[in-house]
Design a protein around this ligand. Structure first.
Ligand code: BV8
Ligand code: ZN
Length: 240
């Protein structure tokens, strides 16, 4: 496997998915039959599910908070943070993950496409807070008394426009050659799964690094590297 050619004019857009945190011990979204902590994502990661049974949704996210608190960044997160140190503005890391492991590895200006496990916000007013608590019941907003929810983007919900804007801006910058690297993602969830096509439309050379070759959008990539991210990512970034 050869490293991604990175020179002083290279701009590197990285998209990560659940697979980058697998070697930190966290469940992937479609691993073990698409079950997360014993529940089906569609039954717990939608606004309808929250409306129907907020306590069940909180049990699901509380279990993921506990697992993520016990997890540590792995060599893939660390190599990406090192590359970010080296490249500064010329690298943008976009993650579908909500576990915060990129930030804990020292990655700066992470675009968190699907929100954060570590923020609890009111389902009605704008009150939100950093939170690592696990809940059996449903926490209530200190400001208005309404049910609080994890600050997570569920299926059928819009992504934060600022994140989208940062990605577009990065891809459209004329200076330098754009390279796109997707790591540990099955390429099923939109709009993240479409970024490889947008990057190609902006002239990017593209890489997919997944445990096995399968991803719904695998044919969009110029290079497909298979293996565990903690091994492949340091090699791809010329750090192994
Ligand atoms: C939106 C919450 C506008 C956070 C998540 C029909 C067609 C196309 C699109 C749609 C459609 N119907 C609806 C849509 C839009 C929908 C969507 O894409 N649905 C899909 C399922 C068809 N998208 C949305 O709703 C998005 N919003 O579009 O707004 C809109 C509004 C209304 C109506 C329409 C449009 C919101 C999407 C965000 C949903 N929230 N999660 C959380 O709880 O975590 S998505 C969920 O999937 C997770 O965030 C997860 O990160 C994400 C993607 O999964 P992956 O990260 O790829 O993980 P996965 O397990 O699938 O794959 C892991 C990969 O890693 C595998 O390939 C595996 O091989 C590999 N791997 C494993 N171990 C390793 C490894 N690789 C390397 N090393 C290893 N060790
Ligand atoms: Zn409130």
């Amino acid at each position: 496997m050869t490293a991604i050619p990175i020179d002083p004019t290279t701009r590197l857009l990285v998209l990560t998915g659940a697979g980058v945190s697998a070697e930190s011990g966290l469940d992937t979204f479609r691993g073990n039959g698409g079950m997360w902590e014993g529940m089906r994502a569609q039954d717990v990661a939608t606004p309808e599910a929250f409306g129907l049974d907020p306590a069940k949704v909180w049990r699901f996210y509380s279990a993921r908070r506990k697992a993520a608190l016990a997890a540590a960044p792995n060599a893939a997160h660390i190599a990406l943070a090192r590359a970010g140190e080296r490249m500064g503005e010329r690298m943008l890391l976009v993650t579908q993950n909500v576990d915060g492991l990129h930030e804990r590895a020292g990655q700066r200006n992470v675009v968190r496409l699907h929100g954060s496990l570590w923020v609890t916000r009111c389902s009605r007013c704008t009150h939100s807070r950093h939170d690592i608590e696990a809940y059996e019941g449903v926490p209530l907003c200190a400001k208005c008394g309404s049910a609080e929810r994890p600050d997570i983007v569920w299926f059928g919900e819009m992504l934060d426009p600022d994140g989208d804007e940062a990605i577009w801006r990065f891809m459209h910058q004329q200076s330098g050659d754009l390279k796109f690297l997707a790591i540990g993602t099955s390429g099923v969830v939109y709009p993240a799964a479409a970024y490889v096509e947008f990057a190609k439309a902006n002239g990017a050379e593209t890489w997919l690094a997944n445990l096995e070759g399968g991803a719904a959008n695998v044919r969009s990539f110029d290079h497909v590297v298979t293996g565990p991210a903690a091994t492949t990512v340091p090699l791809l970034l010329g750090q192994a």
